[in-house]
Design a protein around this ligand. Structure first.
Ligand SMILES: CC(C)(COP(=O)(O)OP(=O)(O)OC[C@H]1O[C@@H](n2cnc3c(N)ncnc32)[C@H](O)[C@@H]1OP(=O)(O)O)[C@@H](O)C(=O)NCCC(=O)NCCS
Length: 156
């Protein structure tokens, strides 16, 4: 995979917790990235992880001139699968025209800082095997294979 050239910086972009007003921008960006519109999923994700409730969830948006340029969603989870408390990143996306300017890294650093502040020292994620871009991105953030494996079977 040949990596496209890096573009100028993402300094003009502000990162903050999402509000309900940001959801249409999040939904549109996700539809642009994945080809699927999932408004109900994102509203539910915002209810679970968003706002300033002080819980373990983080739903952050990156904005430039009020436009959603990127977002990241994560949460601190504990004890499922026998796991000690750790941060999970469920989704990270940057608008295609803003990529390769460091914004994805800033979003990841921001959510990791929130996880650290909450007392956890580890972050995990899951990604599709064939998504080479997201794989390269997470590797660039220092992530490597973790101690758990995922299994599945088809239900007849
Ligand atoms: C992954 C993604 C968030 C990265 O955002 P970004 O703002 O471009 O990331 P950064 O500029 O901070 O890149 C950080 C590093 O990631 C790696 N990287 C990012 N994009 C890459 C690409 N297209 N090819 C190879 N490596 C890449 C590089 O190592 C890069 O560092 P470098 O430019 O100094 O070499 C963005 O490409 C994206 O939204 N992709 C689609 C997301 C997706 O498919 N999500 C699945 C559903 S959630």
């Amino acid at each position: 995979m040949k990596k496209p050239a890096r573009r100028p910086g993402a300094e003009a972009v502000t990162i903050r917790p999402a509000t309900a007003a940001d959801l249409p921008g999040v939904i549109a960006l996700d539809q642009e990235t994945t080809g699927l519109a999932k408004p109900e999923y994102w509203h539910e994700s915002f209810r679970r992880h968003g706002g300033r409730r002080g819980g373990g969830g983080h739903f952050l948006v990156a904005l430039a001139e009020d436009r959603v340029e990127g977002f990241i969603v994560g949460e601190i989870r504990a004890w499922e699968f026998g796991s000690l408390p750790c941060g999970w990143v469920f989704a990270v996306q940057v608008r295609p025209g803003r990529r390769l300017r460091g914004l994805g890294s800033r979003l990841f650093a921001t959510v990791c800082a929130a996880f650290r502040e909450a007392g956890v020292d580890r972050v995990r994620t899951m990604l599709a095997r064939d998504n080479t871009v997201i794989h390269a991105f997470f590797r660039s953030q220092g992530m490597t294979a973790g101690p758990f494996i995922q299994l599945e079977t088809r239900l007849e």
